[in-house]
Write a protein that binds this ligand. Sequence first.
Ligand code: ACO
Length: 320
Amino acid sequence: MIYSRIVGTGSYLPEKVLTNFDLEKLMDTSDSWIRERTGIERRHIAADGETTVDLAEHAARRALDAAGLRPEDVDFIAFGTTTPDLVFPNCGVILQSRLGCRGGPAFSVETACSGFMYALSIADKYIRCGEAKRALVIGSETLSRITDWSDRSTAILFADGAGAVVLTPSEQAGILSTHLHADGQYKDMLYCGSGVSKGFGPEYKLAISMVGSEVFKSAVTLLGRAVDETLAANGLDRSAIDWLVPHQANLRIIQAIAKKLSLPMERVILTVKDHGNTSAASVPLALDQAVRDGRIKRGDRLLLEAFGGGFTWGSALIRY
Ligand code: ACO
């Protein structure tokens, strides 16, 4: 049996830092309100002209270095993003040209915050069926470009960053399972209200709109179900998880999922404090940080999960 295995991770955060105290000067909010409701203390914002693919390239090169592979070795790119550089070509193709790897498939997946989980699931299947050998899976975002800085209920949450993993085939497990879901009946709970086909006029706001309390409740319920589904599909109980690597949206959502799993917070990778909600980038960012600081070790069992606009959500169980 062939599995896909993560052989390298990388991440990148833009240089500019915006703290809660900086936000206090821009809007009617406070550091204590933001920390208590979300767990976020600071976030990173892309410089003028710095794009989603710029961030992704840093993360990708770091992941390839960690894997001991050359950029030109990559034969498959799956790129999760909600904030692409251009309408087309897609971010995967732009990244491919930067890395100098040619000919393999390269595409973007637009499923909001679960973009990385969708990209990972697709890449896993291509590796396992033998059609890809060295896959780069990316989550990268410049959400600051679609943030309404006059809306304190969303501006405090979202930010910029990128994460990447490299997958290769292995007889050793590996990604054990992935589960993806979507439910379009919730499309009005979290969305960006403009687009190429709809239009960009004043009636179509190029900014994130969110019904925060509904998103919160649905995220906890649907992710809880996804966790149970993943464990059942693998015949495991909750004690089998060494590390939960959750979507870094909000500390309180993460705590609620950990509680459902009966997992102590010491076994949850938490990075939201330092970079806010980076959407598709958040899971690979957290994963990379925990791999590099030595918490996640080879052989550990990881549960990755993410939830985003749509709603879309997904999970992956991994023997690291
Ligand atoms: N600073 C100070 N006060 C604020 C702020 C702010 N930034 N934002 C809202 N408030 C006020 C409100 O106006 C309200 O005041 P009122 O009682 O006088 O009307 C009060 O705080 C409470 O507002 P709520 O919206 O009820 O606050 P809540 O406890 O629900 O927290 C939050 C809001 C943090 C957005 C919460 O709903 C949440 O975390 N939702 C999930 C959001 C999320 O994580 N989304 C992304 C997940 S999916 C993805 O990643 C795409």
